[in-house]
Ligand binder design. Structure first.
Ligand SMILES: [Zn+2]
Length: 72
């Protein structure tokens, strides 16, 4: 699985993948999202819901690239 890059907004290094609760309707397949969780010290930014964890991570990582805030 791809590595989740640090947050482009607050530089929090550990954004994480969250999954909709299993009790959600089966037909609701868009259920993975990367968030910069404020409860972990992040800013609350999110990738938006995706169909797979991989997709959510790619979406998150691409947004960072798009905004060009990488320090490297
Ligand atoms: Zn953040």
């Amino acid at each position: 699985m791809e590595v989740i890059k640090s947050c482009p907004f607050c530089a929090f290094p550990y954004p994480k993948v969250v999954v909709l609760p299993r009790k959600a309707p089966e037909r609701f397949t868009i259920k993975y999202m990367v968030v910069c969780d404020y409860r972990d010290g992040g800013c609350g930014a999110a990738s938006g819901w995706c169909a797979s964890a991989q997709e959510a991570i790619e979406s998150w990582n691409q947004r960072k690239k798009k905004y060009g805030q990488s320090k490297t």
